[in-house]
Design a protein around this ligand. Structure first.
Ligand SMILES: C[S@@+](CC[C@H](N)C(=O)[O-])C[C@H]1O[C@@H](n2cnc3c(N)ncnc32)[C@H](O)[C@@H]1O
Length: 407
């Protein structure tokens, strides 16, 4: 059984996340931003993935990459498919990834399919393509994953084309609510997007046993995942306003957060209370460079101190000082927590990396001495270490994700 995922803005982050959860051999990168995963679709806990935007069912693979032939396939098959749908108007959407086709050709294809479906007596509407790929908002608003909707995604895979049907899209409204409606936010500590927090947690978690995935999949969407299924505690020692804690709680982990600033601990407490009034989150003030945490700690997922929030390229001396300050704090933190973790414990840490030229970054020097302080760095087959940086065009401070284990 295979699942097809359409990945987000930085596909490589989504590939690393999938590799972390399901293993490198189960993941195949396809075209610019899709992945075929050898995991039963019902075990693929899509709502817990931060790096994928669409979850699709693989329908078939065509031995062609020519749009004309793909169109012939569609004209032959769509009317048949429409007969299996409940009565009422069918809404059809088309997306193409990596194929040599333009919007006009796609529209023409859509019109031909409409004609064929109408002949069966069923009314049909085509969602107009603004781009070759329909966005998740279009899929949502046009109910393309509903009983009378059908979004087909065509993905070039070498000299073949994967035909997949979108089954689920990322819960845009829920992410926005979790991001924007929290009572306590602070632009100074940066706004970690919930999706990136999910990626960080999944990278810290590593492979999740199949039995646990299957128990999670049985829980209806939107209902809390009982903590006993995973039975693990996530620590965020730089918890700030609590985005990592919030997402980890929703993903079924026990959560534990500490921060140097008492105000931040209060913010996390207020945000967790807003998220789930029944939750008594474990939160305390603590300087990560010398704090003693209470066991158990099974995994560490955090965004550390990122230094000054630059909006323009800083002077070299100021940048050098900032790099040195961050390096000192984070290195001390890693040394401090080392003795408090079990051998093999896994951490995913978002560190600052500074964009000095377009797509070129200055990294923390400590990355070269991780082994000396007692950690092994985990590398991924589907993502190079230096690609695991979350950033937006023109942003100076990016977040570099590293995954390490305590030796
Ligand atoms: C980039 S923010 C993390 C934001 C967080 N991910 C959130 O959801 O809001 C870094 C946090 O590290 C905290 N911090 C800085 N130095 C620290 C230290 N030595 N020990 C613990 N926390 C520290 C800051 O107070 C800040 O809240």
């Amino acid at each position: 059984m295979q699942s097809v995922l359409i990945l987000g803005r930085q596909p490589v982050l989504g590939l690393a996340e999938l590799e972390s959860l399901y293993g490198a051999a189960a993941v195949r990168s396809v075209s610019s931003h899709a992945a075929v995963v050898d995991v039963d679709p019902c075990l693929l806990a899509f709502d817990r993935l931060g790096g994928a935007v669409k979850f699709c069912k693989l329908l078939t693979t065509l031995d062609t990459i020519q749009w004309k032939k793909i169109e012939t396939f569609l004209i032959q098959n769509t009317p048949e498919h429409s007969k299996m749908m409940p009565e009422g108007k069918m809404t059809l959407g088309l997306s193409a990834i990596g194929l040599d086709v333009n919007i006009r050709q796609m529209e023409a294809t859509g019109l031909s399919i409409k004609k064929g479906v109408r002949k069966t007596g069923r009314p049909v509407r085509l969602v107009p393509n603004k781009e070759l790929e329909l966005g998740t908002a279009q899929v949502l608003h046009n109910k393309l994953t509903g009983p009378n909707g059908w979004e087909l995604v065509f993905i070039r895979d070498g000299q073949q084309t994967i035909v997949a049907q979108t089954v689920k899209i990322q819960a845009i409204e829920s992410y926005t609510r979790r991001d924007r409606e929290r009572p306590k936010r602070d632009t100074k500590v940066g706004m970690l997007p919930p999706k990136l927090a999910q990626i960080i947690i999944n990278l810290a978690a590593g492979p999740v046993p199949e039995a646990q995935l299957s128990s999670i999949c049985d829980i209806p969407a939107g209902q809390p995942i009982p903590k006993k299924i995973l039975g693990k505690t996530v620590l965020d020692p730089f918890c700030g306003t609590g985005v990592v804690l919030q997402e980890a709680h929703l993903m079924g982990y026990d959560v534990y957060g500490t921060d140097l600033e008492p105000r931040m601990v209060d913010y996390s407490a207020a945000n967790m209370e807003w998220l789930d009034p029944a939750l008594k989150a474990r939160l305390e003030q603590g300087d990560a460079t010398h704090h003693t945490w209470q066991p158990p700690i099974d995994l560490v997922a955090c965004e550390t101190y990122l230094g000054r929030p630059f909006t323009s390229r800083p002077d070299p001396e100021i940048l050098a000082q900032t790099v040195q300050d961050c390096n000192l704090i984070i290195k001390k933190f890693l040394k401090n927590i080392h003795g408090q973790l079990a051998a093999g414990a896994r951490l995913c840490i978002a560190l600052p990396a500074w964009q000095t030229h377009p797509h070129a970054f200055k990294h923390l020097p400590l990355l070269d001495s991780l082994e000396d302080i007692g950690y092994n760095r985990i590398s991924f087959e589907h993502a190079r270490d230096e690609q695991l940086i979350y950033y937006r065009e023109g942003q100076i401070v990016g977040r570099q994700l590293i995954v390490i284990t305590r030796r």
